[in-house]
Design a protein around this ligand. Structure first.
Ligand code: SF4
Ligand code: SF4
Length: 371
């Protein structure tokens, strides 16, 4: 297949993933969480946040399901086999940044490169973000960073800007900073802030997969450097070993000299199309296999008639009335137990009580009831 068609193929996959996640997020907001999964359930970072709880209690933190853990596991496998392929070939947030970078290049007619003195220290920031987010997620056993998460802010945009601002002002600011930043500096969030990129980068160091340059064949045209969204100096490397490489395949596809730049999985050379195909087969093939086996779940199990749940299992998408029935509690008593102000309608979703009663947090209430 011609290189330009492989580039189209990569973009087609990424656009389909963006559309899928955006649609699911919209349905989750508009139809309630019982029908469509939340963005947290569909993001592998949720698996990392829930890992400690899964090991210690066998359950998952709120909004995380077995499917999220499976997704997390598959992306770890991909990191071992093909480095940060999830970032370069599958991540919708990464793709949106690349899309904005393309618009930026059209507007400004050039690619900006962050000065190295600023770029170097900033690249380490994502490892700090990884440590802090995982530490607090494990300590609080919850999605504590959701209000600061730009991807979560993006997924909640169907609620309206005002609502997103109220619930996650920092996440919304970071989303705007990321998109504007990406107009100037490609993959702004991936380079500097993404905790999952940091984790995949560390694991990818153990991968036998690398982009390798043949010094004798290379004509030093510099196209690889100019095209790399992560600004890696491919042109002067023998092997791209850095944890920054997202295996997007762009440099290999842009290289005009056959044999100058190729992928190596151990001793075996691989063309871009087989690399992209293998990543897709491993990722989607595994997900479909787990789904067929009935273990890939990203939605809460529906209650059967007469079945009841504990207070800790009350979900944000349930109305107050549904939650009272599900926990087998008289409505009045449920209001008292969950400290819900009387003026809040029983048809209000649990996650939306905070709109009528600012400061109300379902997660905190459930934790208080557990203690
Ligand atoms: S080195 Fe090549 S594969 Fe790695 S991020 Fe840069 S362009 Fe993509
Ligand atoms: S694009 Fe290919 S030929 Fe040009 S500098 Fe990079 S490796 Fe060498």
């Amino acid at each position: 297949m011609k290189k330009k068609y492989i580039k189209y193929l990569r973009w087609s996959i990424l656009i389909l993933i963006i559309l899928f996640i955006t649609t699911e997020s919209y349905l989750h907001i508009t139809q309630g969480g019982g029908k469509s999964p939340s963005v947290h359930a569909l993001c592998p970072f949720g698996g990392l946040e829930s890992l400690y709880q899964a090991f210690t209690t066998g359950s998952f933190i709120s909004k995380i399901f077995a499917g999220t853990m499976i997704l997390f596991g598959i992306t770890l496998l991909l990191a071992f086999l093909f480095r940060r392929s999830f970032c370069g070939l599958l991540c919708p947030f990464g793709a949106i940044q690349e899309f904005f970078a393309k618009i930026g290049q059209k507007i400004f007619k050039k690619r900006f490169i962050m000065p190295i003195k600023i770029d170097r220290p900033l690249r380490h920031l994502k490892y700090l973000v990884l440590i802090i987010t995982v530490f607090y997620a494990w300590k609080t056993a919850g999605l504590w960073m959701s209000p600061y998460d730009p991807w979560s802010a993006y997924a909640h945009l169907p609620e309206g800007l005002g609502s997103v601002w109220e619930e996650s002002a920092v996440g919304l600011i970071l989303l705007v900073v990321t998109l504007i930043g990406s107009l100037l500096y490609d993959r702004f969030f991936c380079k500097y802030l993404c905790p999952m990129g940091a984790l995949y980068g560390i694991l990818g160091k153990a991968s036998p997969f690398k982009v390798v340059r043949d010094e004798l064949t290379c004509i030093n045209c510099g196209k690889c450097n100019r095209s790399c969204p992560m600004n890696i100096d491919v042109q002067h490397s023998q092997e791209v070993k850095t944890a920054e490489c997202i295996n997007c395949q762009i440099c290999v596809l842009e290289c005009p000299k056959p044999g100058a730049l190729e992928n190596k999985e151990g001793p075996k050379a691989l063309q871009p199309l087989p690399v992209i195909t293998l990543v897709m087969v491993i990722f989607f093939g595994s997900l479909l296999t787990f789904k067929a086996a009935g273990v890939y779940t990203v939605l809460p199990t529906r209650l059967t008639a007469g079945e009841t749940i504990d207070y800790a299992e009350v979900k944000g998408y349930m109305t107050i009335k549904e939650a009272a029935e599900a926990t087998n509690t008289e409505l009045d008593q449920f209001y008292k137990t969950f400290k819900i102000p009387e003026n809040v309608s029983q048809e209000t979703m649990m996650k939306e009580i905070s709109k009528a009663a600012p400061g109300y947090s379902l997660d905190e209430m459930k934790k208080a009831l557990q203690n």
